[in-house]
Write a protein that binds this ligand. Structure first.
Ligand SMILES: O=c1nc[nH]c2c1ncn2[C@H]1C[C@H](O)[C@@H](COP(=O)(O)OP(=O)(O)OP(=O)(O)O)O1
Ligand SMILES: [Mg+2]
Length: 199
């Protein structure tokens, strides 16, 4: 692995502080020094892709080429089958320019009114991009149920309305270590670590 990371540094190509923190925690066992896209002054690319994987790749490549270092990007979101898959890749955009997830969660509650199916899942596509233009994508999911009103103030985004399968606490109520043992992001990271340890 060391020869693949000559500088032992990796750029976290995300401008979301909640995500950057979680990625730092999940990456700690890998032993690489983490540099944020913000600290390098890298711009936030427009997410023009139509899939989580395409957006993750576009963010990773912009950072890898901009920084001349390997870069890791995460594109993720909440998929609600009863809403035809919304908000999906538009999960961040549903919170509007002020990133108001109270508003986004309320919109889901409203649009779901009367729907029997309360199932939902989070998806995380992680892209590892290299300055030479190569890129690999890993995906993780976690299934659960939506609950209203929102519960808990931990985590970020849609965590307070997401009750993972078989659990009694929402991601917003759960200690971070517990979320990291089962989340979509943790599952994508497990695949990434597996790939890195393969050499
Ligand atoms: O574990 C999670 N717990 C709760 N909500 C989550 C989670 N994971 C993704 N989400 C929701 C909120 C987030 O804003 C959006 C991702 O959108 P996404 O474009 O990938 O990220 P972003 O715009 O927030 O930051 P950036 O693109 O700079 O990495 O999905
Ligand atoms: Mg984004």
């Amino acid at each position: 692995m060391q020869q693949r990371f000559p500088e032992e540094r990796i750029v976290i190509a995300s401008h979301n502080p909640g995500k950057v923190w979680e990625i730092g925690e999940l990456l700690a066992p890998v032993g690489l020094q983490v540099v944020s896209a913000d600290s390098l002054g890298l711009p936030e690319p427009e997410e023009t892709g139509l899939t989580f994987a395409a957006n993750a790749e576009l963010k990773a490549m912009a950072a890898a080429i901009g920084a001349g270092l390997p870069a890791l990007a995460d594109d993720s979101g909440l998929v609600v089958p009863a809403l035809g898959g919304a908000p999906g890749i538009y999960s961040a955009r549903w919170a509007g320019p002020d990133k108001d997830f109270g508003l986004a969660m309320e919109r889901i509650r409203r649009e779901l009114a009367g729907a029997e199916d309360r199932s939902a899942y989070f998806v995380c596509a992680l892209a590892l991009g290299w300055p030479d233009g190569s890129c690999e994508v890993f995906e993780g999911r976690v299934h659960g149920t939506l609950v209203f009103p929102p519960r808990g103030a931990l985590g970020f985004g849609y965590d307070p309305i997401f009750l993972p399968e078989g659990e009694s606490e929402t991601f917003g109520e759960m200690a971070p270590e517990r979320k990291h043992a089962m989340s979509h992001r943790a599952r994508a990271f497990a695949q990434l670590r597996h790939r890195l340890s393969d050499g």
